[in-house]
Design a protein around this ligand. Structure first.
Ligand code: APR
Length: 335
């Protein structure tokens, strides 16, 4: 609250503004060249300042009780005031010629001093910007009104707030699923859940003997269904065991294989998991033709992501060799 004429105290008080100069640099760069790249650089800098608990200086209109208290002698800048008086502040907003209402923010005390004085308080960037998570009636925030003024419009704010959210994504890798650094790996198991060959054997070997002990408590798993255990010695914290269909060339095969992916993803979501790796289920011992299996697998995971677009799930399709990788990539390109 600007009320003391001891500026050094005020500046100490504004420690949360340290680092905001990066914002001004990126605003200047964006105003010099309004490229998409420069805009993203600017949004990233504000996003980083927000995550570093950075602050803005914001102009406010204090209630009379607050004014009386803060202009009295006994309170000086930096004091902590405990009072039951209604020391509320209203946000000091701006209305542009087109009638649109804007919030205002300054990145530093120096920027604030460039224009007419007003009451100001420090506010962490996150809580000030979070009001745009719902319709708040403001067009955005004008940053540094008295100089390089950047109109931080609500669409830009929404893009920046989304930078926090885990994004839905599918990637394809060649490798050993037991080595992947994801939250969960999926095991192409058999209905006993007591281990076997192929990826099942590799996972049990890498996870260690405690996995089998936990699997014994699960009393098996039906084809198309999924059950979860810990990851034990794996980098992944969880293993989702699903049982793919043995290929018989029937329509039911595709339905059961589809269910393996959907039920594994649903189980992952239920456990608040946001990154998961799948092997090419049923394409080994269970004889499912690789390309047909890849078509079913991608239909299932893309369909699931479309039905859960707000969730944010990183899906890795882990192919054990280049041949399988090329099949999955070909199917993903619609070949
Ligand atoms: N990482 C990733 N993928 C692997 C790995 C591994 N370490 N090992 C094998 N794979 C691949 C295979 O190359 C194949 O493409 O996993 C795919 C599935 O093959 P299987 O492991 O044979 O699984 P599936 O065809 O579903 O048959 C399941 O086989 O291993 C037994 O106990 C399992 O009885 C069950 C049956």
């Amino acid at each position: 609250m600007q009320g003391s004429n001891d500026k050094s105290t005020l500046k100490e008080q504004y420690a949360g503004l340290v680092g905001n100069e990066q914002i001004i640099e990126k605003i200047d760069a964006f105003k010099a060249n309004k490229s998409r790249e420069n805009l993203l650089f600017l949004l990233e800098v504000i996003h980083n300042r927000m995550n570093d608990d950075g602050q803005f200086l914001i102009p406010v209109i204090p209630s009379q009780a607050a004014l009386d208290l803060f202009t009295s002698e006994e309170v000086k800048a930096g004091d902590t005031v405990k009072s039951d008086a209604n020391l509320h502040f209203r946000l000091n907003t701006l209305e542009t010629a087109d009638g649109k209402k804007w919030l205002v923010a300054f990145t530093s005390y120096k920027e604030y001093e460039k224009g007419e004085a007003s009451s100001i308080i420090t506010q962490d960037i996150r809580s000030y910007i979070n009001i745009f998570n719902k319709d708040c009636g403001y067009e955005g925030i004008i940053i540094n009104t008295w100089s390089t003024k950047f109109f931080f419009i609500k669409d830009f704010i929404k893009i920046m707030l989304n930078m926090d959210k885990p994004q839905n994504h599918i990637s394809f890798v060649v490798g050993d699923i037991t080595k992947l650094e994801v939250e969960a790996i999926v095991n192409a198991a058999n209905s006993t859940l007591l281990g076997g060959g192929g990826v099942d054997g590799a996972i049990h070997k890498a996870a260690g003997p405690k996995l089998l002990l936990e699997c014994m408590t699960l009393h098996g798993c039906k084809t198309g269904e999924a059950k979860i255990t810990k990851g034990y010695n794996l980098k992944a914290k969880h293993i989702i065991h699903t049982v793919g269909p043995r290929y018989h060339g029937k329509t039911e095969d595709a339905m059961l294989l589809y269910a393996c992916y959907i039920n594994s993803l649903d189980l992952a979501k239920k456990n608040n998991i946001h990154s998961i790796a799948f092997p090419a289920i049923s394409t080994g011992d269970y004889g499912y033709p690789a390309r047909e299996a890849a078509v079913v697998a991608l239909k299932a995971v893309i369909g699931w992501l479309n039905s859960n677009e707000e969730y944010g799930m990183e899906i890795v399709m882990c192919c054990y060799n280049e041949e399988m990788y090329n099949i999955f990539m070909g199917v993903s390109r619609g070949e």
